[in-house]
Design a protein around this ligand. Structure first.
Ligand SMILES: [Zn+2]
Ligand SMILES: [Zn+2]
Ligand SMILES: [Zn+2]
Ligand SMILES: [Zn+2]
Ligand SMILES: [Zn+2]
Ligand SMILES: [Zn+2]
Length: 380
């Protein structure tokens, strides 16, 4: 079998690689005609610059991706990535610069199913000038678009907050688009720490160190240069916890657990619950996040903290711990904070859930009134 290449400098190169043979990037045998290559691969190509040289990658449908699903092979480290978005981030971390001009994030599999719109796609409409290339939102003026791009999608504008000065822990959005799910990073010169929670960043920094670039920071760590200094959030009070238990929002054992975890965090000198409202930083405020103390370190809480997400619209809660979608101590702690400080946000969710329960005519126990993750569309 011919050695497969995953990066090309021009289309002719791609055509000539597979002259008169079956496509090397498809699972099922199909002649690698120009037509096929254009239709299944080139249409979705990702263009970028590597040390100033224009190159492109094409999506692959070989069996490595499982069931013929589209995926991307990184030409630099041979890692396979399923999602276009992830692949772009991945190769950006290798140091290439995106030059892709497509307005929408084309996910090959999705688009292939809708073969109808195939032919018109290359003709960019003339009035498309003011559409954000990252999220597709339309703007009436170019200056509004510029402003939006600067605030929403530029790497150096992403908020980053110090949430634990003692252990040098910060939170910052993982991505530059969509719900800004925060991740934890740790950075301290005195403690000699440079850590990001994401495995891909870990891989990236390791690869950089091996190629003679130690101390190279991932896209999240570099943001710490403009981090907001630690500001203590309102701390949790026992009174509000009592009130929640009286209202049957928490069971007695949950109340006990919450209290214990909060005291342990206090002894450690850290905040048990640190709320993250990106709305205060010009980003969408629909989802509220919490960095919650876990009193242990594990894969899901590498720095002794987990992330709890609360969708204020659907009322859904999520946590990174094993109990992901069920009730867990971390969600209870976050709910405690929200109940005490921002009751109105919790109230909406309670109403939504109460209505949903009424419709379903479910018999619910009191403690289940706040459903942790009912059916419905999640955003974060
Ligand atoms: Zn093919
Ligand atoms: Zn493949
Ligand atoms: Zn790679
Ligand atoms: Zn945008
Ligand atoms: Zn990172
Ligand atoms: Zn949890």
């Amino acid at each position: 079998m011919t050695e497969r290449v995953f990066v090309f400098a021009d289309e002719e190169e791609l055509f000539s690689v597979m002259k008169d043979i079956d496509c090397l990037y498809c699972r099922n045998p199909v002649t690698a005609s120009k037509h096929h290559l254009k239709k299944r691969h080139l249409r979705f190509a990702i263009y970028y610059k590597d040390s100033g040289i224009g190159k492109f990658s094409i999506p692959c449908y070989c069996s490595d991706g499982g069931h013929g699903r589209s995926h991307w092979h990184c030409p630099m480290c041979l890692k396979i990535l399923q999602r276009t978005k992830d692949y772009k981030i991945h190769i950006t971390n290798h140091g290439v610069e995106m030059t892709d001009k497509s307005t929408v994030e084309l996910q090959p599999t999705t688009v292939l199913l809708e073969s109808i719109q195939t032919d018109n796609e290359d003709k960019t409409p003339a009035n498309n000038k003011s559409a954000c290339q990252k999220c597709g939102i339309l703007f009436t003026t170019t200056s509004n678009l510029r402003r939006h791009e600067r605030l929403q999608h530029s790497q150096d504008q992403q908020p980053i907050l110090c949430i634990d000065a003692k252990n040098a822990i910060y939170v910052t959005p993982k991505d530059l688009h969509g719900p800004r799910v925060p991740i934890h990073i740790r950075k301290s010169f005195t403690l000699q720490i440079l850590l990001c929670e994401l495995e891909e960043c870990w891989d990236f920094m390791k690869a950089q160190a091996q190629s003679g670039n130690p101390g190279k920071e991932c896209r999240h760590l570099v943001r710490s240069n403009h981090a907001r200094h630690y500001a203590p959030p309102p701390s949790l009070c026992v009174n509000s916890l009592e009130e929640m238990t009286d209202k049957h929002l928490l069971s007695t054992s949950e109340k006990q657990e919450c209290q214990e975890m909060n005291s342990r965090a206090c002894i450690e000198g850290v905040d048990c619950v640190y709320p993250i409202f990106w709305g205060e930083h010009d980003l969408s405020e629909r989802c509220v996040y919490f960095s919650v103390y876990t009193d242990l370190e594990d894969k899901w809480c590498q720095f002794g903290r987990t992330r709890v997400s609360f969708d204020t619209k659907s009322g859904n809660w999520k946590c990174l711990c094993e109990r992901r979608r069920q009730r867990c101590i971390h969600k209870c702690l976050s709910m405690w904070w929200l109940f005490q400080e921002r009751l109105e946000l919790l109230q909406n969710a309670l109403d939504v859930n109460a209505k949903r329960d009424a419709v379903l005519e479910e018999v619910v126990m009191d403690v289940d009134v706040v459903k942790m993750s009912p059916e419905g569309d999640d955003l974060c």
